[in-house]
Design a protein. Structure first.
Length: 254
């Protein structure tokens, strides 16, 4: 990671709102039935009953094992799976976001190890073969799929997946995001939420400016099932027009 790179990161943007999420667990269980026979029966009846009980217990155990195996198989196929974006020749491409972004001159992207050192969350630790399971995302709460930045100006882009197991709506998400941003101690002023289009897809967006500075940050959010996908664009000098240039850099993929 290059030194001197200025990043205005929003770490754990909705962690406070979504902190109540729980891991997916296999909750299926069976009650074991045990048939006991009266102890005052004669020994022949007891032997027959014991044999019968043993057979029934074995049958029940086999049935329970089969049911639990079926339940586990069904559980393993439940839930969403997200594909991480890929980098090739300084071009980021994501099926989940539905766009590509070619790094402009002087820009660089963070390797997973760099993302981990900045955010405390290593994306590679929560993905397998480039795929993120529902359980993994809910464990991490949020995973930074990509961070890229201008090494000269500090302008940057963050692409983020966040679990939404509680079914929170956009308004709740944005309220949580604004609260989290203010908790950093930075004096933000937030604009009204609006709908914008990036690479042909609609996002709910809020622009935040830093009091007394020309720093502008655009938070763009889109619900996608049980996930929020977010684009966070930071313009370290809102007077230079780079925010529009960045937005126009996202290209829809088929």
């Amino acid at each position: 990671m290059k030194k001197g790179l200025t990043l205005l990161l929003v770490i754990g943007i909705a962690a406070a709102m979504l902190s109540g999420c729980t891991l997916l667990t296999n909750t299926s269980s069976k009650d074991e039935d045990s048939d006991e026979e009266d102890s005052d029966k004669d020994s022949d009846d007891e032997d027959e009953d014991e044999d019968s009980d043993q057979d029934e217990t074995e049958d029940e155990t086999e049935d329970e094992t089969e049911d639990e195996t079926e339940d586990e198989t069904e559980d393993s196929s439940d839930g969403y799976v997200l594909a991480r974006g890929t980098w090739a020749d300084n071009v980021y491409t994501s099926a989940e976001f539905g766009f590509s972004f070619a790094l402009p001159e002087n820009w660089m992207y963070y390797e997973d190890a760099d993302i981990a050192s900045v955010t405390g969350i290593d994306p590679s630790a929560y993905s397998t073969d480039g795929m993120i399971s529902q359980e993994s995302l809910e464990t991490a709460t949020g995973i930074y799929d990509a961070i890229m930045a201008d090494q000269t100006t500090g302008d940057n882009i963050i692409l983020l997946f966040e679990a939404n197991p509680t079914g929170a709506n956009i308004d709740s998400y944005l309220a949580g995001a604004e609260s989290m941003m203010l908790s950093t101690g930075t004096s933000y002023v937030f604009g009204d939420a609006s709908t914008i289009t990036i690479a042909g897809a609609e996002y709910t967006a809020v622009e935040a400016t830093v009091t007394g500075q020309n720093i502008s940050q655009l938070l763009c959010v889109q619900p996608k099932g049980d996930v929020f996908i977010s684009i966070i664009i930071t313009d370290m000098d809102s007077t230079d027009g780079s925010m529009s240039e960045i937005e126009n850099g996202f290209v829809a993929i088929s």
